[in-house]
Design a protein around this ligand. Sequence first.
Ligand SMILES: Cc1cc2nc3c(=O)[nH]c(=O)nc-3n(C[C@H](O)[C@H](O)[C@H](O)COP(=O)(O)OP(=O)(O)OC[C@H]3O[C@@H](n4cnc5c(N)ncnc54)[C@H](O)[C@@H]3O)c2cc1C
Length: 435
Amino acid sequence: MSKIAIIGAGFGGMAAAWDLQRAGHVVTIYEAADYVGGLASGFKEPGWDWSVEKFYHHWFQSDKYMLGLIKELGWQDKVLFPRPLTVMYYKGKFYPFDSIVKMALFPGLGWGLNKVRFGLVGLYLRLTNAWKPLERVTVADWLRKWAGKQVYELMWEPLVMGKFGERYYQQVNMAWMWARLKSRTTRLGTFEGGFQNFANMFAQKLTGLGVQIRLQTPVTLIERQAATGQVIIHGEKEEAYDQVLVTLSPEAISRLVPSLPEQYLHGLRSMKSMGAVVVTLALKHQLSEQGYYWYNLPKSAGYPFLALVEHTNYVSPEHFGGDHIVYMGDYLEPEHEYFRLTQEELLDRFLPALTKFNPKFERTWVKKAWLYRTAYAQPVPLVNHSKNIPDIQTPIDGIFFASMSQVYPWDRGTNFAVEIGRRAARLMMDKATKT
Ligand SMILES: Cc1cc2nc3c(=O)[nH]c(=O)nc-3n(C[C@H](O)[C@H](O)[C@H](O)COP(=O)(O)OP(=O)(O)OC[C@H]3O[C@@H](n4cnc5c(N)ncnc54)[C@H](O)[C@@H]3O)c2cc1C
């Protein structure tokens, strides 16, 4: 039996705790915030039955690690998979784009060779499992070659540009695009009550098993004591553990564990990621009267954000006291001015664009607004990225690391947070049995 600390009560940390505690270890989770759920957490107004995620979230039907965990917990009847409508922008208009038939009808590609190439490339990427050769080339080069310049520029470039910005979009490797196409479905899932409800229920289950979850307890330093072989956690007080799992960003673990060898630290510090800025609105009226859930907006179309997501065109506004919930979000480098502007300043930039989705929109429709930002939202996979992925077992005995940046070639998501959290737990259990 080992005494184990987990840093972070996101889904990765909680999934690891679920396996470790049930295997007979004694687990304590340290969480800096006053809530569990991490990046997938949500907030709730007094009149709402459901919470709203701070950053729009849903699952895919292929999210087998998350859906498998939920099944183990016995809550599969709480997972809902509505079929929301996703649309693509083309020349000032929006076109449904969430099924093969709708993609075939999308006017942007014309009716000839382009559509065939788009279809064949999509099919190939969905069928192949050989992602390794794809990481040696950029999305831009591979798709220009195989789908053609026009198809790439119209269909794929806006996606990579939106996610990775001017700085990285030409450098992201093709395995990232492969992983997205491979693992995504058009049906999108959520949890009854919202992701925060699920996180709270999971935390309660863990606490019931004996896991100690210490909220508002940021860890400031982690070091291994050579004399005892134990790992010391520094925070509000010092405590010794046999093993520690860190589920934060590469940058954060490099600060928390400065005694890591220089080469490993250098690897952590050179990992790139994008941040995210999301403004959420509670509106008096429905914005997209066509009932669209997700609008993909190419940067070139001049909108002040990348995605407009009307959450209540996905789950009913009844859960939010009749409020209509709309997200306006973007992936940006942490130096971007959106990380410095106030909520009011961002609203001044964002709200005028809403008349493009509904000409009747007026500022008086806004009942309340919220702003959430995170500097660590989306790891950037450059060419030959697999050789840069840090090992879960760090070079310091007893200190483990599992983050969004290590689920590659898969793209980050709660599904893969669960997978890597449980993978780390297995390594820690193996170590415990050996010592
Ligand atoms: C804009 C956006 C949209 C997304 N959309 C989706 C989606 O649709 N579907 C999906 O599945 N996933 C989505 N994700 C990704 C998903 O949120 C993450 O992959 C997942 O939540 C990561 O979980 P984690 O446990 O690895 O890390 P985190 O959730 O980041 O958990 C880490 C925890 O550590 C805590 N912490 C930080 N520093 C300290 C410290 N010093 N001491 C103690 N605790 C600390 C943090 O407060 C946090 O709770 C999205 C993310 C973003 C940003």
